[in-house]
Design a protein around this ligand. Structure first.
Ligand code: ADP
Ligand code: MG
Length: 464
């Protein structure tokens, strides 16, 4: 029978919003309050007098059993959070031992737990799905974890990396800054720097790195290293520098060419005059001189095409028509060389914004080269394609001598020529014009078989 003063305690326990039950030394329920019956979905009559482990056998294999046993045996208070799958509930549990058994207070914290798990996943996602490589290290500089982007960047899996230390990935000679920054991070500071790391297969990667402390309970427990591959950026930067250099040189050359023109005209004029008043001088001397002057003239006119491109205005132009004009213009030269120029699909090309005279020059240069590559005759095919809505593509395909692989990267370098009377400026000018129009040029060539030049031009170029 329940005594009166016990009844008072039980009434009070029934009113509190915390679940409570008591078991005796043999794990039999002696009491459950209202909240406990609600959370366990069992009535008081159902439970009192029954053994805890008979009623909730699943708990035997969970921490509940071990910890209750511990509390009872060692007579210590135990607090823990645990998930109870049969009820789908997270419980926050406090178990207080007494000489007669165990009093257990518990609360349903499923909602709170779910929110915190979600929050954890939220943060974890920043790690897992980060396109930058993220590594975590302990305070001794040993790797603890790495995200998928990190595994990809350095080629080691997380389990391999865990056997390694921070510095083993860094190229010797570049250790100073990473080490200093690591120490700084262990003191709570963060830093950015650039360094070179070694991929598992040996190649070196330029990376931009941020080191920052991992702080838990206001204490630095490790270091996060976030790294981004900048090898490509560096290459692009180099390329940009090269084009800028070329622009400067090109413009200088063009202005010199311009200055050469006038004196050249008077030289030619006086040479002709001298020839008429000095008939005793060998005719071939004059011929050589006129030839050389013509060559200077040609070089300067090719360079002049580069001059002041910004003075030109972008207009919508019909590239197909421009190419047909060029084909017509070069027809006699082609005929002499037994070369046929065929065009395909040019009518379908949309109009593009361009400087017509420059685009014309591009195709003069390309088709001339193609003719010159076929001393025994052949066919040149010029094929128009719309690559996508914003880009057109034109292929110039010849059946000429081709370009040896070793020289492919020389094409476009100023004054690179394999021709006796060549200037080696045509391809440079071509490339410059295409790039200035925001386009691109690809050369593929098979020695002895022919060359294909792909030209890509945007329909609307970025501002020149
Ligand atoms: P040039 O025509 O005055 O030699 P270019 O700049 O136009 O100067 O061309 C440079 C070099 O590239 C040529 O001398 C030639 O060796 C090579 N070349 C260019 N186009 C072709 C082509 N269609 N087929 C074979 N070689 C080519
Ligand atoms: Mg040429």
């Amino acid at each position: 029978m329940v005594k009166i003063h016990e009844q008072g305690v039980y009434d009070m326990l029934n009113r509190i919003p915390v679940a409570f039950f008591a078991v005796d030394m043999t794990w039999k329920f002696t009491y459950t309050n209202t909240e406990a019956t609600r959370l366990l979905f069992r009535s008081q009559e159902d439970l009192v007098g029954k053994c805890l482990w008979d009623e909730f056998p699943q708990a035997l294999h969970l921490v509940f059993y071990d910890l209750y046993l511990l509390a009872m045996r060692e007579q210590v208070t135990i607090e823990f959070n645990a998930y109870f799958p049969p009820l789908g509930t997270w419980f926050d549990v406090k178990a207080y031992p007494s000489p007669h058994g165990l009093s257990v207070y518990f609360q349903d914290i499923t909602e709170k737990k779910r929110a915190s798990i979600q929050k954890d996943q939220h943060y974890k996602s920043l790690f897992t799905n980060n396109p930058d490589a993220v590594f975590s290290l302990d305070l001794d500089g040993n790797y603890l974890s790495v995200n998928p982007a990190g595994e990809q960047l350095i080629g080691y899996r997380e389990d391999e990396l865990r056997q390694m230390s921070f510095i083993s990935l860094i190229t010797s000679g570049y250790l100073d800054m990473p080490l200093r920054s690591f120490t700084e991070a262990t003191r709570g500071g963060s830093q950015h720097y650039e360094t070179k790391i070694i991929h598992k297969n040996g190649h070196i990667i330029d990376v931009k790195v941020t080191n920052m402390p991992i702080i838990v309970n206001q204490e630095v427990v490790g270091v996060y290293v976030v790294a981004r591959d900048i090898s490509k950026e560096n290459k692009n930067e180099k390329k940009l520098f090269e084009t800028e250099k070329l622009t400067a040189v090109g413009q200088l050359a063009a202005s010199i060419a311009h200055e050469i023109r006038n004196p050249l005209t008077s030289l030619k004029g006086f040479l002709q005059l001298i020839q008429t008043i000095m008939p005793e001088v060998k005719k071939e001397y004059f011929e050589i001189m006129m030839d050389e002057l013509a060559r200077i003239d040609m070089i300067s006119s090719e360079l002049l095409i580069l001059a002041k491109p910004q003075a030109n205005e972008l207009r919508y132009g019909n590239v197909g028509k421009i190419i047909n004009d060029v084909a017509l213009q070069l027809r006699s030269q082609a005929l002499i060389n037994k070369v046929e120029i065929k065009t395909f699909n040019l009518e379908s090309l949309p109009q593009i914004q361009c400087i017509g005279a420059q685009v014309k020059q591009v195709f003069i240069n390309l088709i001339k080269n193609a003719i010159e590559a076929m001393p025994g005759g052949g066919a040149i095919r010029v094929v128009g394609k719309q690559s996508n809505l914003n880009l057109i593509m034109i292929q110039v395909i010849d059946e000429g001598c081709g370009i040896p692989k070793a020289f492919l990267n020389q094409i476009g370098n100023p004054f690179y020529t394999t021709k006796e009377k060549g200037t080696g400026l045509g391809m440079m000018v071509t490339q410059k014009i295409i790039h200035a129009h925001g386009g691109n040029m690809d050369i593929s060539s098979v020695e002895g078989k022919g060359t294909t030049i792909d030209i890509y031009l945007p329909v609307v170029p970025p501002l020149l």
